[in-house]
Design a protein around this ligand. Sequence first.
Ligand code: ADP
Length: 319
Amino acid sequence: MKKIAILTSGGDAPGMNAAIRAVVRTAIYHHLDVVGVIRGYNGLIQGDMKPMDLASVSDIIHRGGTILYSARSKEFKTEEGQKKAVQQLKNAGVDGLVVIGGDGSFRGAQKLSQLGIKTIGIPGTIDNDISCTDYTIGFDTVVNTVLDAISKIRDTSSSHERTNIIEVMGRNCGDIALYAGLAGGAEAIIVPEKGFDIEAVCKKILQGKARGKRHSIVLLAEGEGNAYDVGKHIQQKTGIETRATILGYIQRGGSPSAFDRILASKMGSMAVELLLDDKTSRVICIRNNHYVDIDIDEALSMKKQFNDNFYELSQILSI
Ligand code: ADP
Protein backbone atom coordinates (compact mmCIF):
# COMPACT_ATOMS: atom_id res chain seq x y z
CA MET A 1 0.00 0.00 0.00
CA LYS A 2 1.64 3.22 -1.18
CA LYS A 3 -1.12 5.63 -2.04
CA ILE A 4 -4.68 5.98 -0.80
CA ALA A 5 -7.63 8.17 -1.75
CA ILE A 6 -10.45 9.57 0.34
CA LEU A 7 -13.90 10.85 -0.64
CA THR A 8 -17.09 12.07 1.01
CA SER A 9 -20.41 11.08 -0.55
CA GLY A 10 -24.17 11.47 -0.05
CA GLY A 11 -25.57 13.94 2.47
CA ASP A 12 -22.88 15.88 4.33
CA ALA A 13 -22.57 15.67 8.10
CA PRO A 14 -20.68 17.58 10.82
CA GLY A 15 -17.54 15.60 11.61
CA MET A 16 -16.74 14.58 8.04
CA ASN A 17 -13.85 17.04 8.07
CA ALA A 18 -12.52 15.56 11.29
CA ALA A 19 -12.59 12.14 9.59
CA ILE A 20 -10.77 13.48 6.51
CA ARG A 21 -8.12 15.00 8.79
CA ALA A 22 -7.68 11.70 10.63
CA VAL A 23 -7.31 9.72 7.39
CA VAL A 24 -4.79 12.16 5.92
CA ARG A 25 -2.70 12.52 9.08
CA THR A 26 -2.66 8.78 9.87
CA ALA A 27 -1.70 7.99 6.28
CA ILE A 28 1.15 10.51 6.31
CA TYR A 29 2.29 9.21 9.71
CA HIS A 30 2.64 5.78 8.05
CA HIS A 31 4.46 7.29 5.03
CA LEU A 32 1.58 6.84 2.59
CA ASP A 33 0.64 9.33 -0.11
CA VAL A 34 -2.95 10.58 0.08
CA VAL A 35 -5.22 12.19 -2.48
CA GLY A 36 -8.62 13.76 -1.84
CA VAL A 37 -11.35 13.05 -4.39
CA ILE A 38 -13.52 16.10 -5.08
CA ARG A 39 -17.33 15.72 -5.17
CA GLY A 40 -17.68 12.05 -4.24
CA TYR A 41 -18.16 9.43 -6.94
CA ASN A 42 -18.70 12.15 -9.57
CA GLY A 43 -15.17 13.37 -9.01
CA LEU A 44 -13.87 9.81 -9.03
CA ILE A 45 -15.31 9.18 -12.49
CA GLN A 46 -13.74 12.41 -13.72
CA GLY A 47 -10.40 11.77 -12.01
CA ASP A 48 -10.80 14.96 -9.99
CA MET A 49 -8.26 14.34 -7.21
CA LYS A 50 -5.80 16.53 -5.33
CA PRO A 51 -2.80 15.60 -3.23
CA MET A 52 -3.37 16.08 0.50
CA ASP A 53 -0.53 17.07 2.82
CA LEU A 54 -0.47 17.81 6.54
CA ALA A 55 -1.38 21.46 6.01
CA SER A 56 -4.32 20.63 3.73
CA VAL A 57 -6.26 19.40 6.77
CA SER A 58 -5.15 22.09 9.22
CA ASP A 59 -7.86 24.09 10.89
CA ILE A 60 -10.76 21.87 9.79
CA ILE A 61 -11.49 19.63 12.81
CA HIS A 62 -14.06 22.14 14.09
CA ARG A 63 -15.73 22.89 10.75
CA GLY A 64 -19.04 21.38 9.59
CA GLY A 65 -19.54 20.26 5.99
CA THR A 66 -16.78 18.63 3.98
CA ILE A 67 -13.75 20.33 2.41
CA LEU A 68 -13.82 17.66 -0.33
CA TYR A 69 -17.44 18.55 -1.23
CA SER A 70 -20.12 15.92 -1.51
CA ALA A 71 -22.34 14.91 -4.41
CA ARG A 72 -24.72 12.29 -5.67
CA SER A 73 -23.72 10.51 -8.88
CA LYS A 74 -26.18 8.76 -11.16
CA GLU A 75 -23.44 7.66 -13.51
CA PHE A 76 -21.62 5.84 -10.75
CA LYS A 77 -24.63 3.58 -10.26
CA THR A 78 -23.97 2.13 -13.72
CA GLU A 79 -21.35 -0.53 -14.41
CA GLU A 80 -19.75 1.75 -16.98
CA GLY A 81 -19.41 4.56 -14.43
CA GLN A 82 -17.88 2.20 -11.88
CA LYS A 83 -15.35 0.93 -14.43
CA LYS A 84 -14.38 4.52 -15.29
CA ALA A 85 -13.84 5.21 -11.57
CA VAL A 86 -11.63 2.13 -11.20
CA GLN A 87 -9.58 3.19 -14.21
CA GLN A 88 -9.10 6.68 -12.77
CA LEU A 89 -7.89 5.22 -9.49
CA LYS A 90 -5.48 2.93 -11.34
CA ASN A 91 -4.21 5.82 -13.48
CA ALA A 92 -3.54 7.82 -10.31
CA GLY A 93 -1.68 4.87 -8.75
CA VAL A 94 -4.17 4.60 -5.90
CA ASP A 95 -4.10 1.28 -4.01
CA GLY A 96 -6.84 1.90 -1.44
CA LEU A 97 -9.91 4.07 -0.98
CA VAL A 98 -11.74 5.40 2.08
CA VAL A 99 -15.41 6.31 1.54
CA ILE A 100 -17.18 8.47 4.12
CA GLY A 101 -20.95 8.44 3.66
CA GLY A 102 -24.19 6.58 4.21
CA ASP A 103 -25.73 3.31 3.02
CA GLY A 104 -25.86 4.38 -0.63
CA SER A 105 -22.19 5.34 -0.57
CA PHE A 106 -21.37 1.95 0.96
CA ARG A 107 -23.15 0.22 -1.93
CA GLY A 108 -20.82 2.12 -4.22
CA ALA A 109 -17.84 1.09 -2.08
CA GLN A 110 -19.02 -2.52 -2.27
CA LYS A 111 -18.98 -2.33 -6.09
CA LEU A 112 -15.46 -0.88 -6.11
CA SER A 113 -14.25 -3.67 -3.81
CA GLN A 114 -15.75 -6.24 -6.18
CA LEU A 115 -13.84 -4.56 -9.00
CA GLY A 116 -10.55 -4.99 -7.16
CA ILE A 117 -10.09 -1.65 -5.35
CA LYS A 118 -9.35 -2.03 -1.65
CA THR A 119 -12.14 0.00 -0.07
CA ILE A 120 -13.10 0.88 3.51
CA GLY A 121 -16.35 2.62 4.55
CA ILE A 122 -16.81 5.12 7.39
CA PRO A 123 -20.40 5.89 8.46
CA GLY A 124 -21.02 9.61 8.01
CA THR A 125 -24.61 10.86 8.09
CA ILE A 126 -26.69 12.85 10.54
CA ASP A 127 -29.56 10.33 10.21
CA ASN A 128 -27.99 7.49 12.27
CA ASP A 129 -29.69 5.10 9.86
CA ILE A 130 -26.74 2.75 9.31
CA SER A 131 -27.65 -0.56 10.91
CA CYS A 132 -24.20 -1.89 11.78
CA THR A 133 -23.12 0.98 14.03
CA ASP A 134 -24.63 2.45 17.19
CA TYR A 135 -23.68 5.95 16.04
CA THR A 136 -22.79 7.62 12.75
CA ILE A 137 -20.57 10.68 12.43
CA GLY A 138 -22.80 13.78 12.65
CA PHE A 139 -25.63 12.29 14.68
CA ASP A 140 -24.53 13.58 18.08
CA THR A 141 -24.08 17.08 16.66
CA VAL A 142 -27.54 17.16 15.09
CA VAL A 143 -29.14 15.95 18.32
CA ASN A 144 -27.50 18.86 20.12
CA THR A 145 -28.60 21.30 17.41
CA VAL A 146 -32.19 20.09 17.73
CA LEU A 147 -31.96 20.25 21.52
CA ASP A 148 -30.93 23.88 21.30
CA ALA A 149 -33.95 24.56 19.06
CA ILE A 150 -36.28 22.75 21.47
CA SER A 151 -35.08 24.95 24.33
CA LYS A 152 -35.74 28.12 22.36
CA ILE A 153 -39.12 26.99 21.07
CA ARG A 154 -40.09 25.89 24.59
CA ASP A 155 -39.70 29.48 25.81
CA THR A 156 -42.25 30.85 23.37
CA SER A 157 -44.42 27.74 23.61
CA SER A 158 -44.78 28.30 27.34
CA SER A 159 -45.43 32.06 27.01
CA HIS A 160 -48.34 31.41 24.66
CA GLU A 161 -49.53 28.12 26.20
CA ARG A 162 -49.30 26.35 22.87
CA THR A 163 -48.38 22.96 21.54
CA ASN A 164 -45.36 23.24 19.25
CA ILE A 165 -44.63 20.59 16.66
CA ILE A 166 -40.95 20.40 15.67
CA GLU A 167 -40.15 18.43 12.54
CA VAL A 168 -36.64 17.03 12.31
CA MET A 169 -34.62 15.20 9.65
CA GLY A 170 -33.71 11.52 9.57
CA ARG A 171 -35.38 10.23 6.39
CA ASN A 172 -37.02 6.95 7.42
CA CYS A 173 -35.13 6.75 10.68
CA GLY A 174 -36.60 8.21 13.87
CA ASP A 175 -33.35 8.42 15.85
CA ILE A 176 -32.92 12.21 15.67
CA ALA A 177 -36.49 12.73 16.91
CA LEU A 178 -36.10 10.04 19.59
CA TYR A 179 -32.78 11.16 21.08
CA ALA A 180 -33.48 14.89 20.86
CA GLY A 181 -37.01 14.34 22.16
CA LEU A 182 -35.76 12.31 25.11
CA ALA A 183 -33.04 14.85 25.91
CA GLY A 184 -35.42 17.78 25.46
CA GLY A 185 -38.26 16.31 27.52
CA ALA A 186 -40.73 16.27 24.62
CA GLU A 187 -44.32 15.44 25.53
CA ALA A 188 -44.64 13.22 22.44
CA ILE A 189 -42.27 11.72 19.89
CA ILE A 190 -43.62 10.64 16.50
CA VAL A 191 -41.35 8.33 14.50
CA PRO A 192 -41.80 6.02 11.49
CA GLU A 193 -40.77 2.98 13.54
CA LYS A 194 -43.80 3.42 15.81
CA GLY A 195 -46.29 5.16 13.55
CA PHE A 196 -48.49 8.14 14.34
CA ASP A 197 -51.33 7.46 16.76
CA ILE A 198 -53.13 10.81 16.87
CA GLU A 199 -55.50 9.68 19.62
CA ALA A 200 -52.63 8.73 21.92
CA VAL A 201 -50.72 11.95 21.25
CA CYS A 202 -53.79 14.16 21.86
CA LYS A 203 -54.74 12.22 24.98
CA LYS A 204 -51.28 12.81 26.38
CA ILE A 205 -51.39 16.54 25.62
CA LEU A 206 -54.84 16.87 27.21
CA GLN A 207 -53.84 14.86 30.28
CA GLY A 208 -50.83 17.13 30.70
CA LYS A 209 -53.05 20.19 30.42
CA ALA A 210 -55.49 18.77 32.97
CA ARG A 211 -52.73 18.47 35.53
CA GLY A 212 -51.42 21.98 34.91
CA LYS A 213 -48.97 21.72 31.99
CA ARG A 214 -49.19 24.99 30.11
CA HIS A 215 -47.49 23.95 26.91
CA SER A 216 -46.14 20.93 25.12
CA ILE A 217 -43.50 19.99 22.59
CA VAL A 218 -44.04 17.28 19.99
CA LEU A 219 -41.02 15.95 18.10
CA LEU A 220 -41.88 14.67 14.64
CA ALA A 221 -39.51 12.69 12.40
CA GLU A 222 -39.78 13.81 8.77
CA GLY A 223 -40.39 10.21 7.70
CA GLU A 224 -43.68 10.09 9.56
CA GLY A 225 -45.39 13.26 8.38
CA ASN A 226 -45.43 17.01 7.98
CA ALA A 227 -45.37 19.35 10.98
CA TYR A 228 -48.13 21.60 9.60
CA ASP A 229 -50.53 18.70 8.99
CA VAL A 230 -49.80 17.12 12.35
CA GLY A 231 -50.26 20.51 14.04
CA LYS A 232 -53.65 21.02 12.38
CA HIS A 233 -54.80 17.55 13.44
CA ILE A 234 -53.77 18.12 17.04
CA GLN A 235 -55.41 21.56 17.14
CA GLN A 236 -58.68 20.16 15.76
CA LYS A 237 -58.75 17.30 18.26
CA THR A 238 -57.60 19.15 21.39
CA GLY A 239 -58.68 22.72 20.79
CA ILE A 240 -55.19 23.81 21.85
CA GLU A 241 -53.41 26.30 19.63
CA THR A 242 -50.50 24.72 17.76
CA ARG A 243 -47.48 26.03 15.87
CA ALA A 244 -45.25 24.10 13.51
CA THR A 245 -41.51 24.44 12.93
CA ILE A 246 -39.58 22.54 10.29
CA LEU A 247 -35.96 22.82 11.36
CA GLY A 248 -34.57 22.00 7.91
CA TYR A 249 -30.97 22.48 6.88
CA ILE A 250 -29.69 24.09 10.07
CA GLN A 251 -29.55 20.46 11.21
CA ARG A 252 -26.91 19.58 8.63
CA GLY A 253 -24.42 22.29 9.54
CA GLY A 254 -22.48 23.53 12.52
CA SER A 255 -19.32 22.71 14.37
CA PRO A 256 -19.17 19.00 15.27
CA SER A 257 -19.58 18.00 18.91
CA ALA A 258 -16.66 16.53 20.87
CA PHE A 259 -18.27 13.09 20.52
CA ASP A 260 -18.45 13.36 16.73
CA ARG A 261 -14.89 14.65 16.46
CA ILE A 262 -13.57 11.75 18.52
CA LEU A 263 -15.71 9.21 16.60
CA ALA A 264 -14.46 10.64 13.30
CA SER A 265 -10.84 10.75 14.44
CA LYS A 266 -10.83 7.13 15.56
CA MET A 267 -12.75 5.83 12.54
CA GLY A 268 -10.56 7.75 10.09
CA SER A 269 -7.42 6.42 11.70
CA MET A 270 -8.76 2.84 11.78
CA ALA A 271 -9.64 3.01 8.08
CA VAL A 272 -6.01 3.67 7.19
CA GLU A 273 -4.78 0.92 9.52
CA LEU A 274 -7.14 -1.57 7.85
CA LEU A 275 -5.80 -0.62 4.42
CA LEU A 276 -2.23 -1.02 5.73
CA ASP A 277 -3.25 -4.53 6.84
CA ASP A 278 -4.38 -5.19 3.26
CA LYS A 279 -8.05 -5.38 4.30
CA THR A 280 -10.85 -4.48 1.91
CA SER A 281 -14.63 -4.31 1.83
CA ARG A 282 -14.94 -3.39 5.52
CA VAL A 283 -17.11 -0.86 7.33
CA ILE A 284 -16.00 0.68 10.62
CA CYS A 285 -18.57 0.74 13.42
CA ILE A 286 -18.89 1.59 17.07
CA ARG A 287 -20.84 -1.04 19.02
CA ASN A 288 -21.28 -1.09 22.77
CA ASN A 289 -18.47 1.46 23.04
CA HIS A 290 -16.01 -0.68 21.03
CA TYR A 291 -14.67 0.19 17.62
CA VAL A 292 -14.92 -2.78 15.25
CA ASP A 293 -14.88 -3.44 11.50
CA ILE A 294 -17.30 -5.71 9.69
CA ASP A 295 -17.74 -6.96 6.15
CA ILE A 296 -19.52 -4.49 3.90
CA ASP A 297 -21.99 -7.15 2.60
CA GLU A 298 -22.96 -8.00 6.16
CA ALA A 299 -23.24 -4.30 7.04
CA LEU A 300 -25.59 -3.69 4.13
CA SER A 301 -27.76 -6.71 4.88
CA MET A 302 -28.41 -5.76 8.50
CA LYS A 303 -31.70 -4.26 9.59
CA LYS A 304 -31.60 -1.12 11.70
CA GLN A 305 -32.78 -1.76 15.27
CA PHE A 306 -34.91 0.98 16.79
CA ASN A 307 -34.20 1.77 20.43
CA ASP A 308 -37.56 0.69 21.89
CA ASN A 309 -36.17 1.03 25.37
CA PHE A 310 -35.48 4.76 24.90
CA TYR A 311 -38.88 5.21 23.25
CA GLU A 312 -40.66 3.63 26.22
CA LEU A 313 -38.50 5.69 28.58
CA SER A 314 -39.51 8.89 26.79
CA GLN A 315 -43.15 7.89 27.22
CA ILE A 316 -42.77 7.14 30.91
CA LEU A 317 -40.93 10.41 31.56
CA SER A 318 -43.45 12.55 29.72
CA ILE A 319 -46.61 11.46 31.57
P1 ADP B 1 -25.93 8.11 1.32
O1 ADP B 1 -24.54 7.60 1.11
O2 ADP B 1 -25.96 9.26 2.29
O3 ADP B 1 -26.90 7.00 1.68
P2 ADP B 1 -27.02 8.20 -1.40
O4 ADP B 1 -27.98 7.09 -1.16
O5 ADP B 1 -27.48 9.37 -2.17
O6 ADP B 1 -26.42 8.78 -0.04
O7 ADP B 1 -25.74 7.57 -2.15
C1 ADP B 1 -24.63 8.37 -2.49
C2 ADP B 1 -24.06 7.91 -3.81
O8 ADP B 1 -23.63 6.55 -3.72
C3 ADP B 1 -25.05 7.90 -4.98
O9 ADP B 1 -25.18 9.16 -5.59
C4 ADP B 1 -24.41 6.91 -5.92
O10 ADP B 1 -23.41 7.50 -6.71
C5 ADP B 1 -23.78 5.91 -4.97
N1 ADP B 1 -24.66 4.73 -4.87
C6 ADP B 1 -25.84 4.63 -4.22
N2 ADP B 1 -26.39 3.42 -4.36
C7 ADP B 1 -25.56 2.73 -5.18
C8 ADP B 1 -25.57 1.39 -5.72
N3 ADP B 1 -26.57 0.54 -5.48
N4 ADP B 1 -24.53 1.04 -6.51
C9 ADP B 1 -23.51 1.89 -6.77
N5 ADP B 1 -23.45 3.15 -6.29
C10 ADP B 1 -24.43 3.56 -5.50
